[in-house]
Ligand binder design. Structure first.
Ligand SMILES: [Zn+2]
Length: 1010
């Protein structure tokens, strides 16, 4: 293979009327010499950038540049790539729908006024998007019609057995006694929440007044709670009526997690004591493998029991959808290379939840049609002996990865191609990121996915007021720099050497990165032409596809897609507008990139306003991610902020799935309503993901198109088709099976808070960046809790004095919603949030996994001793840890002689009390007194036993969710305490209400509406 991608001669279009495929279909290499404004430069290492241009390019107008006529080389395609922009055959469509050039409107949630759907969110303006012409051969792989030669064993016969009853979860929670800290009685009527729509028609309301909480002030003070070695307090279950009175007893042997119990949230002092986690129902017995379980870290439904009818779903008022992380790092993934067995009708991959009606056939769990079982299913793949279909990994595992045969591709899998777009303007120099970027990239060049397979390509584009390109060749130790000064119409006649094979040019690339920071350290260029540079980037790798990583520290204020500083604009621009894009340039570019299999990630660095609301369109439509690393809220921070380094290393070395498409199939009757996340929706069930990342989360809102009468379970199957960095084509298939229920109470019992809050925040973030006022988004979040509780209380018979919740995850919904309202992504306008920071937070919710979202919304607070005393592995952070038991997020629970760890997602806080145990302090910090601990500093690792133990725990959490959290030490009597205190969701703050106030508001509104 040659080392460079082919040259061509496509003049860049300007910003108008760019077709989807224009950049991906090279024109004949006829140079437009009038447009050639490239300076041919000297070697970078000598810093003789261009004999005609001063090295900083400042003060030079384009006119001063000599127009050089660079000879055009018409090289043959070096990688044997056909001209198709897509590298895959889509093997799964019955595809009646033409994909080309039809305007497509994104499916939108219905108007909440009608309350037809279970979405409380206000509508956004329809987004019209033209579909790219993907030039894909479409059609499924024909399946051989094989005859069965062996009878199936009896246990494959259709068994009309229904789902097992819900098992109870044994009591495992850590314990608390009766010494509840008191919570201040909230002031009611302080929430300015108006115009909350009526949730339901008038139900049968039992008479009675709102009862004041009976056990709120039990006089126990606000001391620190012991939370080890004490029995869990079982709720008193002997109270007549529907309403649980949370009087405590000391019976530690009975389960706190009885989903049949009802709780009154108004009189519950510590909701966490009632347990966390649902016992989700399993698959029916008559599926091929009833023991198979969908991986809840990968795909997780907001409702475990799917309502049988549309009416029932509507009545429940629960958000319905799944949280997805389809490319998540998995340690126990089954990878097989075998004949891929799929339904010949709907192309579903065979899975554990199909049925075997007889010995010869399998019944598809998506379309219910019958298929022949291939003969190889009667051979055990491990032993090669005769076996049973249940021995097959496809039937054993709900998650499986196939190495796909050639039918699944129309060209060889694309190489791993990395293009870095680096801001080198004066603002970027101030942020100092470039030095660190180069250092980390040098260290990890060999760890880039594809580097070991020797097929990785790499390229660099530096941006200030001009575009700087770097041409590598074998004769020189360093590349030559070329400066494109005509940024309104950039043109490169010959781009040989700008994108090179990393293996072949390893030493040159390394040397280049060593000198790069020095090259621009005195750059005074105040401007940035990102839009034009991106056009060049697209030109460079458009025929290959790949990943463009944009490192941006300044507002792109010149060239194509130039932006103005809207934040400081004299004309008063509303926050709603500031949170939406200023122009369509970046969105259109992102769509073009997506169609050329280019994904764009954005690192927003430093504290300057860069109009992130507009720039996040780059990752938004090309399935990329946004990383906002700013220290604007960290004025007093001590030491070096390690976030950029940690996030960058993970970013560079984590695996990548190239040229991916994700298809989601649902059992007939169930349908996809809306996708939420960063991606381009190609059709109702298919999204384009040029570079899929293991950390990328998404949400899918589901709906019932028709009733599910007579169906015992529904299945959702996701199939991610991608090219691996080792140059093969793979399909990762996840399937979950959800029982169908006609019992509303069972549906409430199966509500799952983590995927629900993930979906709700993704919906709110989507709308907040599409011209919907933040106030409306907040109101929609509140309504999601109000609607669900109104409906539940109605279903169990309303008692006006109670706010009833089943003892399942539904009881946490108000708590998590309150956490959302207090998060700076959604917080009210009286909470000063810089626009870029808020946009970044909204993007965080759009793309994050459900674990990160849950911790961000409602942090997990531990007494440090409960971690140090742990004697076993931690549970998966996908669920709230049961051990050690989290403490309520209230300052009343914080003692002055302890140390606490708060896991708040992207940050963790270590709060050091005023008088902690000095032995523990010594073990944790390596100092003898708290005076030696610096407030608002990084918590560093050392050799202390406690320190190692705590970091062991923290690293496990970070490792499992694949994302770095900044760990900050806060002193209880220090000046930075507010960083910790502001995350105590249950407490009243200047701009937010306490949890007690909030549930009283929910209750009062519910009563008012009924
Ligand atoms: Zn089917």
């Amino acid at each position: 293979m040659n080392n460079q991608i082919p040259s061509g001669g496509v003049p860049f279009n300007n910003n108008q009327g760019m077709g989807f495929n224009q950049a991906t279909m090279p024109s004949p290499p006829i140079p437009n010499l009038q447009q050639m404004n490239m300076g041919n430069a000297g070697n970078v290492g000598n810093h003789q950038v261009n004999p005609h241009i001063p090295s900083n390019s400042m003060g030079m107008s384009a006119n001063h540049l000599p127009k050089q006529h660079v000879p055009i080389q018409n090289q043959p395609m070096s990688m044997n790539l056909p001209n198709q922009p897509m590298g895959m055959n889509l093997p799964n469509q019955p595809m009646g729908m033409p994909l080309s050039n039809q305007p497509m409107s994104m499916p939108l949630p219905p108007n909440p006024i009608n309350h037809q759907m279970n979405s409380p969110f206000p509508p956004i303006q329809p987004m019209k998007m033209a579909l790219p012409n993907m030039h894909q051969p479409i059609g499924g792989m024909p399946l051989p019609n094989q005859q069965m030669t062996m009878p199936l064993p009896d246990n494959f016969a259709n068994q009309a057995i229904h789902a097992p009853p819900l098992p109870n979860i044994p009591p495992q929670l850590n314990q608390m006694g009766n010494n509840f800290g008191s919570q201040p009685m909230p002031q009611l009527n302080s929430m300015p929440m108006q115009n909350i729509p009526q949730g339901f028609n008038q139900p049968n309301v039992m008479s009675g007044n709102v009862m004041a909480p009976s056990s709120m002030n039990n006089g126990m003070g606000g001391g620190m709670m012991p939370n080890s070695g004490m029995g869990y307090n079982q709720m008193n279950m002997g109270i007549p009526g529907n309403c649980m009175n949370p009087q405590m007893n000391n019976n530690a042997n009975t389960s706190p997690l009885d989903p049949g119990r009802k709780l009154d949230l108004l009189s519950l002092n510590n909701i966490w004591e009632t347990g966390f986690g649902n016992a989700l129902p399993g698959a029916p017995l008559n599926v091929a493998n009833m023991h198979a379980k969908g991986d809840s870290r990968v795909i997780r439904s907001t409702i475990g029991n799917v309502p049988e009818t549309r009416e029932l779903l509507k009545k429940s008022r629960l958000p319905f959808g799944v949280a997805l992380q389809p490319f998540r790092d998995l340690t126990n993934l089954s990878i097989i290379q075998a004949h891929i067995v799929r339904c010949r009708h709907c192309r579903t991959y065979i899975n554990p939840f199909v049925k075997f009606p007889d010995s010869r056939r399998w019944k598809c769990n998506i379309c219910f049609r019958l298929n022949d079982l291939p003969e190889e299913f009667y051979y055990n793949p491990a032993t090669k002996d005769r076996g049973e279909p249940s021995d097959r990994p496809e039937i054993k595992c709900a998650t499986i990865e196939y190495i796909a045969p050639s039918e699944y591709m129309v060209r060889p899998p694309q190489p791993s191609c990395y293009l870095f777009v680096l801001d080198v303007s004066s603002n970027a120099q101030k942020s100092g990121y470039l030095q660190e970027f180069c250092e980390k990239l040098i260290l990890n060049l060999g760890n880039l996915p594809g580097a070991k397979a020797k097929n990785a390509l790499i390229s660099f584009v530096c941006v200030d007021q001009y575009i700087h390109l770097f041409k590598f060749d074998e004769k020189n130790a360093l590349p030559k720099e070329f400066t494109v000064v005509d940024i309104d119409d950039p043109f490169i006649p010959d781009f040989t050497g700008f994108v090179v094979n990393l293996e072949h040019f390893y030493e040159q690339v390394k040397k280049f990165l060593e000198v790069l920071p020095k090259l621009y350290e005195h750059n005074h260029s105040p401007s940035n032409c990102l839009g034009s540079a991106l056009k060049v980037a697209q030109f460079l790798i458009g025929s290959v596809g790949g990943r463009v990583s944009v490192f941006q520290a300044s507002l792109p204020d010149v060239g194509q897609g130039a932006l103005k500083n809207r934040q400081n604009s004299e004309s008063k621009i509303s926050e709603t507008e500031l949170l939406s894009s200023a122009n369509d340039f970046y969105k259109q570019f992102s769509l073009d990139a997506s169609s050329a299999q280019i994904g764009i990630d954005l690192f927003a660095l430093g504290n300057e306003y860069i109009d992130l609301a507009t720039l996040t369109d780059l990752p938004k439509f090309s399935s990329g991610e946004t990383y906002h690393i700013s220290d604007a809220d960290m004025e007093a921070f001590c030491g070096k902020d390690p976030r950029f380094e940690k996030i960058l290393v993970r970013y560079l070395t984590r695996k990548i799935g190239w040229e991916a498409v994700l298809r989601i199939r649902c059992t007939q009757g169930l349908a996809i309503h809306t996708f939420f996340g960063n991606h381009f929706v190609r059709s109702i069930d298919l999204i384009n993901i040029p570079c899929v990342s293991p950390d990328m989360g998404m949400g899918v809102q589901l709906e019932l198109e028709e009733d599910l009468n007579g169906i015992d379970c529904v299945c959702i199957q996701t199939a991610l088709l991608y090219s691996s960095a080792t140059n093969d084509r793979r399909i990762r298939v996840h399937t979950i099976c959800l029982p169908v229920s006609n019992n509303l109470i069972d549906i409430y019992k199966s509500f799952d808070i983590l995927p629900a809050i993930s979906l709700l925040t993704k919906m709110a973030a989507e709308r907040a960046t599409h011209n919907v006022e933040l106030g409306d988004c907040r109101e929609a979040l509140i309504n999601s809790a109000l609607d669900a509780f109104t409906a539940y209380n109605r279903s169990v018979g309303v008692q006006r004095s109670c706010l009833l919740a089943p003892n399942t995850d539904l009881k946490f919904l108000p708590m998590f919603i309150l956490g959302c309202l207090k998060h700076y992504a959604f917080a009210g306008s009286n909470k000063a949030v810089r626009v870029d920071r808020r946009v970044a937070a909204l993007q965080f919710f759009t793309i994050s996994s459900l674990e990160m979202i849950a911790s961000e919304v409602y942090p997990v607070l531990y007494d440090i001793n409960s971690i140090l005393n742990l004697d076993h592995d931690i549970p998966d952070p996908g669920d709230r840890p049961l051990k050690p038991a989290p403490l309520p997020l209230s300052y009343g629970r914080i003692g002055s002689d302890e140390i606490y760890l708060m896991d708040a997602g992207s940050r963790m806080y270590l709060l050091v009390g005023v008088n902690p145990d000095l032995n523990v302090v010594n073990e944790l910090f390596g100092v003898s007194s708290t005076n030696q601990i610096q407030d608002f500093s990084i918590f560093e690792e050392n050799q202390g036993k406690c320190n190692q133990r705590l970091f062991n725990y923290i690293h496990k959490i970070m490792h499992k969710r694949g994302q770095y959290s900044l760990i900050i030490v806060i002193k209880q009597n220090g000046n930075s305490r507010h960083h910790f205190v502001s995350r105590l969701v249950e407490d009243k703050t200047e701009s937010g209400h306490s949890y007690n106030e909030f549930i009283k508001h929910i209750h009062q509104t519910m009563i008012k509406n009924t």
